[in-house]
Design a protein around this ligand. Structure first.
Ligand SMILES: [Zn+2]
Length: 173
């Protein structure tokens, strides 16, 4: 009986802490990297919490297909994102950039880094009509060269802060 009371109060404590985390910080920032998982839930979530969303772009279509089974061509992914991101913005989200470059950036030629970052930036500007001001790199992995490229585009590299993934949104509605 005593053990049961203890475990119930421990469970309530953990639940309470999680709720606090979600309410105060966790819900404010989302890494959007599998928006195809449940686009409706993602838009609903944006309506409810007006989060800042760091969003994947077509430059990472290989990553999306390998990591999250997006199963889309480059063109199809572009069309899908051009449909879902304006809906999220309309719902109240602040859309910024999320780019996966490399877990070992020192080994990657600067041209490749520049192409990934600049093309992601261009997708936002030209296809969404949004000028992003912040970027979070995938795996929180970047180097000085990437930082300089971002500086040239007026992008601030955001370091770690509490966040959730887009695929978790449906469970929090
Ligand atoms: Zn990511």
């Amino acid at each position: 009986m005593r053990t049961m009371t203890l475990s119930v109060s421990l469970l309530n404590f953990v639940k309470g802490m999680y709720k606090k985390y979600q309410n105060r910080i966790g819900k404010r920032v989302i890494h959007v990297e599998s928006p195809h998982y449940n686009p409706e839930a993602l838009v609903k979530y944006c309506q409810k919490y007006r989060p800042k969303c760091f969003c994947i772009t077509p430059v990472n279509y290989d990553f999306l297909n390998v990591e999250y089974s997006a199963g889309m061509s480059y063109e199809k992914l572009g069309r899908f994102l051009k449909d879902i991101y304006p809906q999220m913005k309309e719902a109240g989200a602040d859309l910024q950039l999320h780019v996966h470059v490399s877990q070992l950036p020192a080994l990657l030629p600067i041209e490749r880094k520049r192409a990934l970052i600049e093309n992601a930036f261009k997708f936002f500007k030209n296809e969404l009509g949004i000028t992003p001001t912040e970027i979070i790199f995938g795996w929180f992995s970047w180097d000085k060269e990437m930082e300089d490229i971002c500086k040239g585009l007026g992008l601030k590299v955001v370091t770690w802060s509490p966040y959730i993934y887009d695929r978790w949104c449906e469970g929090l509605l």
